[in-house]
Design a protein around this ligand. Structure first.
Ligand SMILES: NC(=O)c1ccc[n+]([C@@H]2O[C@H](COP(=O)([O-])OP(=O)(O)OC[C@H]3O[C@@H](n4cnc5c(N)ncnc54)[C@H](OP(=O)(O)O)[C@@H]3O)[C@@H](O)[C@H]2O)c1
Length: 336
């Protein structure tokens, strides 16, 4: 398993991270705790030492399951990345990076994760109601206090990161990044490269689209976000599936690999990057064996771009996932 440093924090980790959003159940049609724990332990056995979670995933459930899976000897073998700055009320999620909220959230995460330090702490989404410099100062305070080791932001624009770095160290950026979602190439990614941040590309499989297992007949149950994700609807879904078929052929003919391996390798070949791969069953990690020891060459990269341009004539961004700022009621609730 390839390894990488997270910024200048001194934390080193695997270049593939296990994403545990689906393990929380919320927005993924529920969770099976036994399978989830087995998946986390299988990932660690296979050399994946980075586990990415967040308080909002299942409203605490994902962090609790991660904590349970790592208890009994695995904690020291992994790096835990979690997040801060999203609150929830009556099932509704909104941004909240007020300093007092962050100081409380870190304690809640440490308790749920059954640890005394978080290896990478990331602000989940920028909060337009709190100056970035204040949020930066609080995370630096937590680092100084030894509660966190590396500092990251997620879903931030280049200008937000520049403002942050005037006040506090920054080690990592977590953003949507996969073959179908490349919007960060227009700003956040070049900034992260210049600032020598480590990129955690989330949705490496574009929420399963790039697994190669989906067809136009695939149905999603319960509160699964893919029932509303614009990429999974009607004509657009057909366009993305056509691209997957063409990429499947390229991966097989050129490299003897699956499209899933091509998708993860593509994120890893983009520089100082980590691919966050969401899995919730141990068997989903089988393709880990296909990722190391090869690279996508320039000619294949150009062919991939041509496939995307030819098949996807109506692309859509992952912006639908962005949570709102606090509204008046939530502001009053927070002040009370
Ligand atoms: N910072 C943020 O705002 C943010 C946002 C999104 C995600 N993330 C992070 O990034 C991680 C990864 O993103 P993601 O979970 O959204 O999506 P993803 O990695 O693109 O896709 C995950 C889904 O792909 C399917 N899958 C995985 N391996 C498979 C295999 N071998 N064969 C077939 N299907 C497979 C599974 O769906 P099924 O189980 O339904 O088959 C799985 O839940 C998250 O878990 C989270 O840690 C962060």
């Amino acid at each position: 398993m390839e390894r990488i440093a997270i910024g200048s924090s001194g934390v080193r980790t695997s270049r593939i991270g296990l994403g545990t959003w689906a393990i929380g159940g919320w927005m993924w049609g529920g969770t099976d705790e036994g399978e989830s724990i087995a998946t986390i332990r299988a990932a660690v056995e296979r050399g994946v030492t980075l586990i990415d979670t967040a308080p909002v995933y299942g409203f605490g459930r994902s962090e609790e399951i991660v904590g349970r899976a790592l208890s009994g000897g695995l904690r020291d073998k992994v790096q835990i990345a979690t997040k801060v700055g999203l609150a929830w009320q009556d099932g509704k999620v909104f941004r909240d990076s007020r300093p007092e909220r962050i100081r409380k959230e870190v304690e809640d995460s440490l308790r749920r994760l059954r640890t005394d330090v978080i290896d990478l702490y990331q602000v989940h989404w920028p909060d337009p109601r709190v100056p970035i410099t204040r949020t930066a100062a609080v995370l630096d305070e937590l680092r100084e206090a030894g509660k966190i080791r590396a500092i990251g932001v997620s879903n931030y624009a280049a200008a937000d990161m520049a403002a942050w770095r005037l006040f506090s160290p920054l080690d990592a950026l977590q953003s949507p990044y996969n073959l179908f979602e490349r919007e960060i190439e227009a700003g956040p990614l070049p900034y992260a490269e210049r600032a020598q941040l480590t990129l955690l590309g989330y949705g490496a499989l574009c929420r399963g689209l790039l697994s190669g297992r989906m067809s136009a007949d695939t149905v999603f149950a319960g509160d699964d976000l893919r029932r509303h994700d614009p990429k999974f609807q009607g004509e657009r879904f057909r366009q993305y599936l056509a691209a997957v078929e063409a990429l499947k052929q390229l991966a097989r003919e050129r490299y003897g690999k699956s499209v899933l391996a091509l998708a993860v390798r593509w994120v890893l070949d983009r520089g100082r990057s980590i691919a966050l791969w969401g899995a919730r069953r141990p068997g989903q990690l089988a393709p880990l064996a296909e990722i190391d020891g090869w690279r996508i060459d320039d000619q294949a990269a150009r062919e991939i771009d041509a496939i995307l341009a030819r098949c996807i004539t109506d692309p859509v961004s992952p912006q639908f996932m962005a949570p709102p700022a606090r509204n008046l009621t939530q502001l009053e609730g927070a002040a009370a």
